[in-house]
Ligand binder design. Sequence first.
Ligand SMILES: *Cc1c(COP(=O)(O)O)cnc(C)c1O
Length: 409
Amino acid sequence: MKPMGSIPADFGAGPSLRIAGETAETWVARAGDTPVFVYDLSIVAARIARFRAAMPPGIDLHYAIKANPFAPLLAAMAPLVDGFDIASIGELAMALPHKPAPTISFAGPGKRDDALAAAISAGITINIESAGEVTRALDIAERAGVTPRLAIRVNPDIELRGSGMRMGGRASPFGIDVDAAAAVAKTVVAAGADWRGWHIFAGSQALDASAIIETQAATLELADRLSDTVGVQPPLVNLGGGFGIPYFPGEQPIDIEAIGAALGDRLSERDRSGTRHAIELGRWLVGEAGVYLTRIVDRKQSRGETFLVVDGGLHHQLAATGNLGTVVRRNYPVSIATGAGGDTETVSIVGPLCTPLDRLADRVSLPVTQVGDLVAVFMAGAYGLTASPTAFLGHPLARELLAGVDTVR
Ligand SMILES: *Cc1c(COP(=O)(O)O)cnc(C)c1O
């Protein structure tokens, strides 16, 4: 038997699982079929409220919509956060109906001219990723007769310790190297563009508050140094994010109150009037709010092991199968959401794809099930459906539902 991560405290385990107060079968009936992702907005709203309470004044909260761009979720989150961060022309179209253009910022390498033109004419902020990109953006804006809103994304000489995904401190396709960043900002200012400031993102999925505290302090220092070189106060410093969530056995939630207190201390060390600061988060806001429900289609024994074969799998929830950026495969928290409970057995939960990679849980201990029971895979609110190879093998797309809307209104 192998361990699994902890089920988020917002949900009951097993047959007592309730999502926004309703059973798993109720949500499946509402969706019409399995598999289905259900996202509980009340959990997202509680996260946002906790962030607000923990952070010092003057800290904006941006949502990185690539974590979960489900349209009803974006619509519901828009009034609760200060900005949406996008990373493609497609996400621009998803974000614009919900947020005023000046609150949207667009990062990511390889922005084509059509994407730059769309962003400039919409009036959103472009986080410039290279010297070449700034030249193209300025040309496009000039031809359009528009003053572009441009921030400089910096490739920082800072590394987020314990980060699941290191983005800084090395050669990178993201951002402009520290040594060149101020000069590019000066070019932007000299060209008469609306310079929006700095975007400095050092990594993702950190669970150690002290690592985030160190990184934020270094990021502020770096922004100060660069701003002093440019000689213009930046309207916004986007400090990145990196708040992680506990997917796996032994992992603990991050202490954001400690982060907020330390950030407050740092911000008060120098006069920063005229500059706002933002933190951009994806998974910490939405990851734990989602549950992926999938039905057991078959039970089989093979060489002494029991397999539960379900109708969902890596084509919808790649991350839970350990195939989205992990080195060692570990078990996400899962439970059996129907049935009476009682005796347990050791099972592996596998999907319908013709690849041994399609394994949602590996030799976990769960209540004995029957064909037709529902499996709940937790931590499914971020990097689920849109981060999975949905076309692979041609199975139907998972459905999605937003729950808990009434509690938040
Ligand atoms: C993906 C991304 C995020 C969100 O990351 P999470 O780990 O989901 O919080 C934030 N900022 C940038 C620049 C990103 O690319």
